[in-house]
Ligand binder design. Structure first.
Ligand code: SF4
Length: 409
């Protein structure tokens, strides 16, 4: 895979050495067991895959290069480039301004932009409406485009099935930048509706089977369907695509459920279900699949707790947390400093969107085993920071240096 020029502050020689070693031993990516880092009183099991993905590195390279090559120019990002507070704040420090927040709220009025301003499209992509808006201001919309190719692949899939007269069901978080962009691209070609989870997919299935009153659709799915969507006509032939970072198990469950409802409603068989249900497979990206499978592999091990590092609004990271939470106490942090001491940690409860302070998170025993991973937009330097912070409570920080030297040799 292509390598990118990412600022060195985000790299970690220790983590790079570990990743390289694992890559050499397992080129076909078949081994999802974690890497064991045994420091005596503390044992860390590091997920096989985590950290910056292709799309994030691509976006970071383009954004930082654009800043370096355009001194004196006003540079804007449509919204957060990726969902990581460190990277976004580094860009803000370099004078980049965000036009919108992650929910789409305007921070910089369109009227204040000028034709010679630079506007960078983030890795999530953007809507056709925003592209049009930029063009109307004389700004070439795709000149500084960091849209991830794996997101564009979803748009292509939606377009393909739309051309075959299927309605597109987008499984994604309705307010997430990527889902808003996918919705916009898809609805330009075919009726489109967004479902956020299996519960909403089941609700939608009620309209496919005719068990629900069609009128209810417009209230239940307000803001999630394309203009002119006719629930009585537009759910006769459907296909599912998804936001690239959703939970793989839920994505599969949604596609299976909708397919079964199509089969029973229209008396189809596995042989002819394609007449009404487009076979799209999932459109999750490789990083989502690798990172979730690596967490599943890590969870096979016995451990005391899990730490997941990443931005609190990061979809792919929150799904890693969700997987870990099913098995053991899990602490979602965005920075090593959130481990306040050997006794206290400040972490994020993404279900209720609040910070929680937990005491005695490290059990008192001879050896504590911790599962450690991070999201696709989290710099490896932060994961190394977490390892060092944990070691510091045992006066073992020098062990990280020893390990880095040993791993590189
Ligand atoms: S998580 Fe996947 S879709 Fe998103 S930027 Fe990374 S590779 Fe692209």
């Amino acid at each position: 895979m292509k390598t990118f020029n990412v600022p060195v502050i985000y790299r970690s020689p220790l983590i790079s050495a570990i990743k390289n070693q694992r890559k050499q031993q397992d080129r076909m990516k078949k081994d999802f067991t974690p890497t064991e880092l045994n420091f005596g009183p503390i044992r860390i099991l590091l997920a096989r895959h985590f950290g910056f993905c292709y799309g994030v590195e691509n976006a970071i390279e383009i954004a930082f290069k654009t800043v370096d090559e355009n001194p004196g120019k006003r540079i804007f990002l449509l919204s957060e480039m990726i969902h990581n507070p460190h990277v976004n704040s580094d860009l803000l420090d370099r004078g980049v301004q965000f036009i919108m927040d992650t929910a789409g709220k305007q921070l910089v009025p369109w009227e204040s932009l000028q034709a010679d301003d630079i506007v960078i499209i983030p890795a999530f992509g953007t809507t056709l409406e925003t592209e049009k808006q930029l063009a109307s201001l004389g700004i070439e919309p795709l000149k500084y485009n960091t849209t991830c190719p794996f997101v564009e692949r979803v748009w292509n899939k939606a377009e393909q099935i739309g051309q075959k007269n299927y309605t597109v069901i987008v499984h994604g978080k309705p307010k997430h930048e990527e889902t808003r962009a996918t919705f916009s691209h898809s609805q330009a070609g075919t009726p489109t509706v967004v479902v956020k989870d299996i519960k909403e997919a089941a609700l939608l299935a009620g309209f496919i089977s005719g068990k629900r009153n069609p009128e209810e659709f417009y209230t239940l799915f307000e803001g999630q369907y394309s203009a002119g969507f006719d629930v009585t006509k537009d759910l006769q032939r459907v296909g599912v695509v998804n936001q690239t970072t959703m939970l793989a198990t839920e994505t599969q469950a949604i596609a299976d459920h909708i397919k079964q409802v199509m089969i029973s409603t229209f008396q189809l068989t596995d042989a002819n279900v394609g007449e009404r249900f487009a076979d799209t497979r999932d459109t999750l990206c490789y990083a989502t699949n690798d990172n979730q499978t690596a967490v599943t592999g890590m969870l096979q091990e016995t451990a005391d707790l899990a730490i997941v590092v990443g931005g609190y609004n990061s979809s792919n990271t929150s799904h890693l947390v969700e997987l870990c939470e099913e098995k053991l106490p899990t602490y979602f942090i965005s920075s090593p400093e959130h481990i306040l001491s050997a006794d206290a940690i400040q972490h994020w409860d993404f279900h209720h969107k609040q910070t929680i302070h937990s005491d005695q998170f490290l059990p008192k025993k001879d050896q504590v085993t911790i599962l450690l991973t991070s999201g696709a937009s989290c710099p490896d330097a932060l994961v190394e920071g977490v390892i060092r912070r944990l070691l510091s409570f045992f006066q073992l920080e020098h062990k990280a240096d020893e390990l880095a030297t040993a791993s590189q040799s």
